[in-house]
Design a protein around this ligand. Structure first.
Ligand code: ADP
Length: 243
């Protein structure tokens, strides 16, 4: 359903992605693991063109973006099929939780305010924030802000939700509530790609684990295989260091 072909990306002379091929099936939960600086976040940001790849192809369903020569309308279409959950939540500071979720529905999806409000309330209830509709981000904990971020991504009804280290900015005691929400929506069959350092979470929520190092996919497969019997030396070393 999502297919990346030979994606490359450099920042100046620094080649950060070096020919990434990745196929993600509908409903899969993909965890991208790897050492810091290996290109995980850049790859995620390339999928929705927050970073522009230098070369390669991105296809979602039967729709293809040629990264060397993309048309503006293709980039817009790609963005409409994806939603991103950011490390630092990226909420509008001057809008309430409810308004943050409604925004994309009204502006991007062109849904009436009444309908957008109804749907946004449902989504905020789903992430456990039915009692925080009128709170501003500054009045919410990091975990609650991230759950607003997740509700906002769900509101766009994307083909895939991209999570960029969704719990790495959180105090340890708030990580669990965010992972619980991600776990819940994973069960609903939404396709998700998650860059994460939470190995336990990757192990039990993902059904496809991708291990990256130095801009390439070193190894990928079912979490059972990657965690219990990795084939590649680099994967073994990484897992030995962090688990
Ligand atoms: P990871 O998510 O695995 O930690 P990143 O994708 O964030 O890795 O970064 C990979 C490399 O790309 C790093 O060397 C980083 O410094 C570099 N990089 C990332 N974003 C930029 C940018 N906007 N400009 C220049 N270099 C960048």
């Amino acid at each position: 359903m999502i297919k990346l072909t030979k994606i490359t990306k450099s920042f100046g002379r620094n080649r950060v992605l070096n020919g990434i091929d990745l196929t993600v099936e509908k409903g899969e939960v993909v965890a991208i693991l790897g050492p810091s600086g290996s290109g995980k976040t850049t790859l995620l940001r390339c999928i929705n063109y927050l970073e522009k790849p230098n070369d390669g192809e991105i296809s979602i369903d039967d729709f293809i973006v040629n990264c060397r020569n993309p048309a503006k309308k293709d980039i817009h279409a790609l963005r409409r099929k994806t939603a991103m959950v950011f490390q630092n939540y990226n909420l509008f500071r001057h809008k309430t939780a409810l308004e943050n979720v409604m925004e994309g529905l009204v502006i991007v999806k062109k849904i009436s305010r009444d309908e957008a409000r109804k749907l946004s309330i449902e989504l905020l209830e789903k992430v456990g924030l039915g009692n925080k509709l009128s709170s501003y981000p500054s009045q919410l904990s990091g975990g609650q802000q991230q759950r607003v971020g997740i509700a906002r991504a769900l509101a766009l009804n994307p083909e895939v939700i991209l999570f960029d280290e969704p719990t790495s900015a959180l105090d340890p005691e708030l990580v669990g509530e965010v992972l619980a929400v991600i776990r819940k929506i994973a069960k609903e069959g939404i396709t998700m790609i998650i860059v994460t350092h939470e190995m336990g979470f990757a192990q039990d929520v993902a059904n496809h684990v991708v291990f990256m190092d130095e801009g390439v996919i070193v190894e990928e497969g079912h979490p059972k295989h990657i965690f219990n019997s990795p084939k590649e030396e680099r994967t073994k070393q990484f897992l030995a260091r962090i688990t």
